[in-house]
Write a new protein. Structure first.
Length: 132
């Protein structure tokens, strides 16, 4: 069954809107993973073509993928980005397509706050003062 994109409509319940926000987050994570892997492969191919691949630590696997990890009924998969530095549990009925490979679990131990603070810093956002 083909995936149908979430489209916000006036009058949706807050539950449907929340589900839509998660769908959008999951699609962005999936897209980021596929794009990162394609970019990584292009980089590896370029290094190999230039004969520079033996001097670098090139992995034999892509930096992004998905794996099984159950956190509750209907939630048994994780999209893992950048060697486990960003992980997102996704519902079982979310279509991962055929471009993101299944990988071994690789969560690096980060918490949600750590994950988003790292992303904010990487994007040049002003970080909050969490000591207040």
């Amino acid at each position: 069954m083909a995936m149908v994109p979430f489209v916000w409509k006036e009058g949706m319940s807050s539950e449907v809107e929340a589900d839509g926000a998660y769908w959008e987050r999951n699609m962005l994570a999936l897209h980021m993973g596929v794009y990162a892997n394609q970019s990584y492969q292009a980089y590896v191919d370029l290094l190999k073509a230039e004969g520079r691949d033996e001097k670098l630590d090139i992995k034999d696997y892509p930096p992004c993928g998905w794996y099984y990890h159950t956190i509750g009924e209907g939630w048994s998969r994780v999209i893992s980005l950048f060697d486990g530095r960003m992980c997102f549990h996704i519902p079982d009925d979310f279509d991962l397509g055929n471009k993101l490979p299944q990988i071994e679990p690789n969560w690096n131990g980060h918490g949600t706050e750590d994950k988003w603070l790292r992303v904010m810093k990487k994007c040049g956002c002003e970080l909050p003062d969490l000591e207040k």
